[in-house]
Design a protein around this ligand. Structure first.
Ligand code: XMP
Length: 330
């Protein structure tokens, strides 16, 4: 009979056998549940010979990189390097608007560039340590549904939008893939995470897309726009948690529309941008229903955002289901 305890032991034994006692593994982590659970399992199996890399693309949530560093590095003890590459991503995104696919490609390619450079550096350092082997393996937090989706290639998001994650990386780096979660469903990954001592908060985190806030800022992505959206997002998620609704919502997000609309603040007219709020209930993210907040909740969030975030004059709630609307805006 299958139990999580047995799975952990078997998987650790399998990883050790695959990698050997000198082999090195590298993996990109996002701070989300899948990559964190996969990373923790690697840490248990091979310790610091697993090298986790967080690419801070400047499009993460408010204080996200610092938070990940604290949880994964300090708390879970994973050998983690955070690369602050925000300026590079933003400079490559400058001037790009009305072309979501182009944004996704720029973010995806820049991610690969940054990650590859870091991988080479880690490999060089490993070469200087006589007892260390080559980096031969790339960790991916692929789940069973991802495996199915890429085999059948029927996933709406896979065909409609370019999903960057680490696609294309293994070939470029000449690495073999190690995928400890490839037989698990999401609920099993959560159970596994809990078993490995990962906090409840992290285990239940909503998904966050690889291109981050870049695909939630309609129009040009600039540092100023990122900062505005980070503040609005922070307020929204904080209020969702405070209302005890975080778990029953599958994913909640704020997006920024640069179209200006007129408002009044105090006795002055102001001309500001629009924040969209979206929240969905979903079992698999392939279809989703918009979440039915009560109006008092929406009223509270809206008034906080308009009052606390400079440059925003209006807040709208998205009542489009998927299909036809996707979960993200771009
Ligand atoms: P859509 O917008 O296609 O999103 O309805 C479905 C789910 O996928 C996430 N998503 C992404 N995740 N890289 C990711 O890692 C991406 O490029 C990407 N695009 C969408 C989205 O947040 C939702 O959970």
């Amino acid at each position: 009979d299958w139990t999580m305890g047995k799975f952990v032991d078997q998987e650790i034994a399998r990883i050790r056998a695959l990698v050997g006692d000198k082999g090195q593994v590298i993996g990109a982590i996002s701070g989300g549940v899948d990559s964190t659970v996969a990373a923790k399992l690697m840490k248990e199996a091979i310790g610091d010979r697993f090298h986790a890399v967080l690419v801070d693309n400047g499009l993460l949530r408010l204080n996200e990189a610092a938070q990940v560093k604290k949880t994964l590095g300090d708390h879970l003890g994973i050998n983690l390097t955070v690369i602050d590459a925000g300026d590079l991503f933003l400079s490559r995104l400058a001037g790009v608007k009305d072309d979501p696919e182009k944004k996704r490609k720029i973010i995806g390619n820049t991610f690969i560039d940054v990650f590859l450079e870091k991988a080479k550096q880690i490999e060089k350092e490993a070469h200087n340590t006589p007892q260390a082997g080559e980096i031969e393996w790339l960790l991916q937090g692929t789940l069973y549904p991802d495996v199915i989706e890429s085999i059948s290639f029927k996933g709406p998001s896979a065909t409609i939008k370019t999903h960057h994650n680490v696609g294309g990386l293994p070939a470029k780096m000449d690495l073999k893939l190690i995928e400890p979660l490839r037989e698990l469903f999401k609920d099993e990954v959560r159970e596994l995470g809990t078993k490995l001592g990962i906090s409840e908060e992290l285990v239940w985190r909503h998904p966050f897309p690889g291109p981050g806030l870049g695909i939630r800022i309609l129009g040009e992505v600039t540092k100023e726009q990122v900062q505005i959206l980070q503040k609005a997002d922070q307020i929204y998620i904080e209020e969702i948690r405070a209302a005890g609704l975080y778990r029953e919502i599958g994913q909640a997000l704020a997006a920024l529309d640069p179209t200006k609309s007129v408002g009044v603040m105090g006795d002055k007219r102001m001309y500001g941008q629009i924040v969209f709020l979206r929240a969905v209930e979903t079992s698999d993210f392939m279809t989703a229903d918009w979440y039915n907040f009560d109006f008092q909740f929406l009223k509270r969030v809206s008034s906080r955002i308009v009052n606390e975030v400079d440059g925003v004059s209006r807040v709208l709630y998205d009542i489009t289901s998927k299909p036809p609307g996707t979960i993200e805006f771009e």
